[in-house]
Design a protein around this ligand. Structure first.
Ligand code: 4AD
Ligand code: MG
Length: 432
């Protein structure tokens, strides 16, 4: 037995015999030679089975092996710049582990519904593995960013007794004798408790919204990272969001160039994601819409098409701040200069991707916050713990939430958010 190695490490084994274990990605043959492209999760490699080099039995095996069969080969590693991955294997031995029969996803084009139905297999394909490897790198950048800056990871509950982001998108369940409970829409309210304990915290996990619309930006289950910082005002919040996005994008550019190439991503757009980002007020954004001849009423929230129209004017992510308080959440602090406005910020990604971050400075005054809870018809009894945070050592504080999947879609340049998570849940689909 020769040492088993991963395809990504082949460069260390040139002119040596190795064993590779993986799956058949593709094959072709020409007379006395069979070309088997193996994938092993770490890369792709062309394995050459030459009739003169193997027994007849092995040569015939190379014929029967079908797409996505699992197999192992032993052979000599050769440098071959023209070959996929830059190396080739001159096969001496071949063993089929499990023969696949009529793998449903063939190299021909398939419709999106068919592919999503086969998501459990689709995740093996070249484009999908590239996307999910980029997702992993983004997750690592997120954790590194906050860990390097002394934020404490603070895990909020998933099953919660109340809404934080409005009551229209709640997933409800019966919770024993305690009445209704809901899947969390955001960890923010809990993160605020954490910020008063640790100064700077972040939450990172799945969040849920019973989104009733079918769009390319909405999932019902998605991942959100939410930093929350004591003694930060809205400007400090925007400074952090800006540094954070630059860090994520530059990390992916540095470490996932190959995957971005597979996705045919235009890197010039990503290279421009460097601080500072434009900061414009909601009022300025409305003016941009009006100048473009788009009908929009002051006081409304921006729709996807509005966000696209606004962000088209810029090459970098932009931060839109100070929204009408009426379209924003109950916990946002009002602008002292104009109490109709909330100290909120949305970060809109370039190239029409729209909102990827929503954040704000939080209302820190007990009486004002209590009044907002009443105005929003929220059940006061469930917020008593949250109000305690304003009773005992309240401080100005701020935070934001970044949607992981929307960020992956933007960085990868994808049409639709459904390919950014291994198993997407949407209003019309929750299988596989
Ligand atoms: O703007 P949102 O609703 O803000 C909050 O939940 C705040 N509590 C965050 C905070 O201040 N700590 O959501 C934040 C981000 C959005 O900008 C978007 O990227 C993502 O979460 N998001 C979704 N992503 C996919 N599918 C959905 N249905 C999403 N809803 C929000
Ligand atoms: Mg939002």
């Amino acid at each position: 037995m020769k040492p088993t190695v991963y395809i990504k490490d082949l460069s260390k084994f040139v002119n040596e015999e190795v064993t590779l274990k993986g799956w058949l990605y593709n094959k072709r043959s020409s007379g006395k030679v069979k070309f088997l492209i193996m994938r092993d999760g770490s890369g792709y490699s062309q394995c050459i089975v030459f009739k003169g080099n193997v027994s007849e039995e092995i040569f015939n095996l190379a014929d029967t092996i079908a797409q996505e069969s699992s197999f192992e080969i032993t052979g000599l590693v050769k440098k071959e710049p023209r070959s996929v991955g830059g190396y080739e294997i001159d096969v001496h031995n071949l063993k089929i582990i499990s023969l696949a029969h009529e793998y449903p996803i063939t190299p021909k084009e398939h419709g999106i519904e068919f592919l999503i139905d086969h998501r459990h297999l689709w995740v093996r394909s070249k484009k999908q593995t590239a996307i999910l490897k980029i997702r992993h790198r983004i997750v690592k950048a997120i954790r590194d960013f906050f860990d390097e800056r002394d934020f404490v990871l603070f895990d909020p509950p998933i099953i919660t007794p109340n809404a934080s982001e409005g009551t229209s998108t709640l997933f409800e369940m019966d919770y024993f004798d305690l009445g209704k409970a809901y899947l969390t829409q955001s960890g923010q309210l809990y993160a605020e408790a954490g910020a008063l304990a640790f100064g700077k915290v972040y939450t990172f996990g799945p969040t849920f919204r019973a989104e009733k619309s079918k769009t390319r930006r909405h999932l019902t289950e998605f991942w959100m990272v939410e930093p929350e910082m004591a003694f930060y005002d809205l400007n400090d919040d925007m400074d952090l969001a800006e540094e954070f996005l630059e860090y994520i994008v530059q990390s992916v550019l540095k470490d996932r160039e190959e995957e971005l190439k597979i996705l045919e991503r235009d890197l010039t757009h990503l290279q421009k994601v460097k601080r500072p980002f434009p900061r414009i007020s909601y009022d300025d954004a409305v003016e941009i819409l009006h100048k473009k001849g788009i009908e929009f009423k002051w006081g409304d929230d921006f729709g996807a098409a509005d966000e696209t129209a606004i962000s088209e004017e810029f090459e970098k992510p932009i931060m839109v701040h100070r929204y009408p308080a009426d379209v924003k959440a109950f916990y946002m602090k009002r602008d002292t200069e104009n109490p109709k406005l909330a100290l909120a910020v949305d970060v809109l990604a370039p190239e029409g991707y729209g909102e990827i971050i929503g954040g704000s400075q939080r209302e820190d005054n007990l009486d004002t916050l209590l009044q907002r809870i009443k105005e929003h018809d929220l059940p006061e009894e469930f917020f008593s713990w949250y109000l305690d945070l304003r009773k005992y050592g309240s401080v100005p504080h701020s935070g934001f939430g970044l949607g992981l999947e929307r960020t992956v879609a933007w960085i990868c340049g994808l049409e639709h958010i459904r390919e950014t998570i291994p198993f997407p849940s949407m209003i019309y689909r929750n299988t596989p």
